[in-house]
Design a protein around this ligand. Structure first.
Ligand SMILES: [Zn+2]
Length: 292
């Protein structure tokens, strides 16, 4: 949901660094796949730009069988997966500085906008796309929750393509909206509201991303916590008059929007400011603890 500058490192460079200390037997096998890794990276970047990731056949991104026997294909596939797990992500792997560099490129998870980055997530899973196991543009800094929710899934339809922080940037539009449930206890609900000029496929992708990472529930929880924290202030302002509270909420929304137009706080403050019920103190009869 939040764009990131793509890594500058190339897949072949990362691959070579990772396999640099492999023993002779493994190195002989891994050297065979350097061209495949390079070609896969180029193809992957192009289909990401074209929003056609669901068209990539996994069979073209792992060791071929035939001509390899089943056992040999499995051995080669395992070696390629280990280039990531042992040689890039492993604490003593030769590629570990690159892993740390990629992970440090964002502090907050670009998939949800909430969690702290603690890991790298394969946008296309390494279990199915071994040639992309250490492709930098396939490795997203992510929080543990988003990494777990995504698991080893790969899109098979246009709609199933979750947003890619290195290639998709929808932040020029306002697409995140909120509504206030005008009853006690007050809650805030979030939804994707697509601008009229968005293609249908993009709308479906953003809605799919929203569902896949549980953003509606996540943001509602954050909003509930915020309402608790500001219950006392909002009550005081409402008691001075609806316009006093509305002005505060509008200014808060404008301040958030100046830097983060699709942040949940921006959407929440906008929705609260537009609710006459809320600005008039309709929420006051609720004890603050009812918000969570
Ligand atoms: Zn996340």
């Amino acid at each position: 949901m939040w764009p990131l500058t793509p890594p500058s490192r190339s897949a072949p460079d990362v691959y070579r660094q990772c396999i640099s200390n492999a023993n002779a037997g493994n190195r002989a096998i891994l050297d065979l796949y350097e061209d495949s890794v390079a070609q896969a990276s180029t193809t992957y970047d192009q289909v990401c730009r074209d929003q056609q990731l669901h068209t990539l056949p996994g069979t073209a991104f792992r060791p071929p069988c035939p001509p390899l026997t089943d056992d040999a294909a499995k051995q080669h596939a395992d070696l390629l997966e280990n280039v990531y797990t042992q040689r890039l992500a492993g604490e003593r792997g030769p590629g570990r500085p690159i892993y740390d560099e990629l992970r440090a490129s964002a502090r907050r998870c670009p998939l949800c906008g909430i969690g702290m980055v603690t890991t790298l997530d394969h946008h296309l899973p390494k279990t199915k796309y071994q040639y992309l196991a250490v492709t930098p543009t396939n490795l997203l800094p992510a929080c543990a929750d988003c990494n777990k929710k995504k698991s080893n899934t790969a899109p098979v339809t246009t709609d199933e393509q979750t947003l890619h922080p290195y290639f998709d940037n929808i932040d020029q539009d306002i697409w995140l909206t909120a509504t206030v449930t005008e009853q006690v206890p007050c809650t805030v609900q979030f939804a994707v509201t697509a601008p009229a000029h968005w293609p249908h496929a993009l709308t479906r992708r953003v809605e799919g991303h929203f569902r896949a990472f549980g953003l509606g529930e996540l943001y509602a929880l954050q909003a509930g916590d915020q309402l608790v924290g500001f219950h006392h202030l909002f009550t005081e302002l409402a008691q001075r008059g609806a316009e006093t509270l509305r002005t505060h909420l509008t200014e808060s929304a404008d301040s958030q929007a100046a830097e983060r137009r699709n942040h949940w706080q921006t959407a929440m403050y906008r929705a609260l400011s537009l609710s006459t019920w809320f600005c008039s103190g309709g929420f006051i009869s609720a004890p603050a603890t009812n918000y969570v």
